[in-house]
Design a binder for this molecule. Structure first.
Ligand code: SF4
Length: 356
């Protein structure tokens, strides 16, 4: 029976050859990546691409899972005006909010209470007040477990600001030149890339992502954008789909499926073989198809979230840390890696202990 099934599976020679090379550790070319994105997400070819990426990633990252936590600490109509974001100033209906330091610390402690959070992300709008942010970082650093790193997800910044953030206790920065940056946003793609270099020069870890993916993006656009993370030596690569928000200017394009996101993520995983500094791969938002297509990182969320109309995403779209552990267990991961590199076995007993 097995033989009969395998006899009937046809894979194009080009795909077989390039996937064999990736299994041996060799990164696909840009053309190969465009080719892998050309298959229907329900096809055998796409299924095999995801399976190979899953195998390559588990081996590369030792089948260890990473849980991140992101907190949106303030919101206002954002001048970057990203047409996919709930905070864009041209269309936002979101109220202005600002968390107090006390609330930020309380939420940070909740994120870190199980000791498994690899890194806590502090997110602002494109514009931010550096002195307040430095103050928040110093206070959060004192309050949370020393094993948890701190990462910022903020607008563009210069080398002085990067040095100050690093000195205050920041370990990394999430920064992206988004798909159609400058067309679907009011930002200059070159400014985004300048900040990549600032991040690299300052010794911060560089978190990148192929985002925000919609049905209208071509395979070539996806490949050009995802290769920026490879070229700039990202610490984390990732894939994120654009979430359908009825009032956003891009809502007419709709939303890709988690299955298509898994296929794009798989290509990110294989392309990242060309980047020696890539340490882990994330999928946003958390989902099992992504975790079985090569991702070993998911984000839990609290406070404001660009993909959620609720003022506190932990009550709506945002997953919590206990839910993240469970999702990793279901996806077959064997350990959780913490921010200091130590690991804890991901057993059923361990997962369930956080639900009692
Ligand atoms: S995605 Fe970020 S930069 Fe763009 S509008 Fe939203 S908050 Fe501002």
């Amino acid at each position: 029976m097995t033989d009969k099934i395998s006899e009937n599976i046809f894979l194009p020679e080009r795909l077989k050859n390039l996937l064999s090379r990736t299994m041996a550790g060799s990164a696909p070319t840009r053309d190969d990546c465009v080719y892998m994105l050309s298959f229907e997400d329900t096809s055998v070819e796409a299924g095999v691409i995801r399976a190979v990426a899953n195998t390559v990633s588990r081996k590369r990252f030792n089948n260890e899972a990473i849980i991140l936590g992101q907190m949106g600490i303030e919101t206002f109509a954002c001048p970057a005006n990203c047409r996919f974001c709930v905070f864009g100033e041209g269309h936002t209906k979101f109220p202005d909010t600002e968390m107090s330091i006390e609330e930020i610390i309380e939420r940070a402690e909740t994120f870190c209470s199980g000791k498994d959070l690899y890194a806590l992300f502090l997110m602002t709008m494109h514009e931010f007040e550096i002195d307040r942010l430095l103050d928040i970082v110093k206070n959060v650093r004192k309050a949370i477990d020393s094993r948890t790193k701190i990462v910022v997800n903020i607008g563009d910044f210069d080398e002085n600001q990067a040095r100050e953030l690093h000195k205050a206790g920041v370990n990394g920065a999430y920064h992206v030149c988004r798909l159609r940056e400058g067309t679907d946003t009011d930002l200059d793609p070159d400014d985004r890339k300048k900040t990549f270099q600032v991040i690299k020069n300052s010794g911060l870890e560089f978190y990148y992502c192929c985002e925000p993916i919609g049905p209208e993006h071509t395979a070539e656009e996806l490949v050009d954008q995802l290769f920026l993370g490879v070229e700039y030596g990202c610490f984390q690569h990732a894939a994120m789909r654009r979430v359908f928000l009825p009032d956003s200017p891009l809502s007419g394009h709709g939303q890709i499926s988690e299955l298509r996101l898994g296929q794009i993520l798989a290509v990110v995983v294989l392309a990242s073989l060309g980047c020696v500094t890539t340490d882990n791969i994330a999928v946003h938002e958390p989902n099992l198809i992504g975790l079985t297509s090569g991702a070993n990182v998911i984000y839990t969320e609290s406070g404001a979230n660009p993909r959620d109309e609720a003022t506190d995403t932990s009550k709506k779209r945002g997953l919590d840390v206990a839910g993240a552990r469970k999702m990793f267990y279901e996806a077959g991961f064997k350990a959780i890696r913490r921010g200091d590199g130590s690991t804890v076995p991901l057993t059923l007993d361990y997962v369930q202990s956080f639900f009692q």
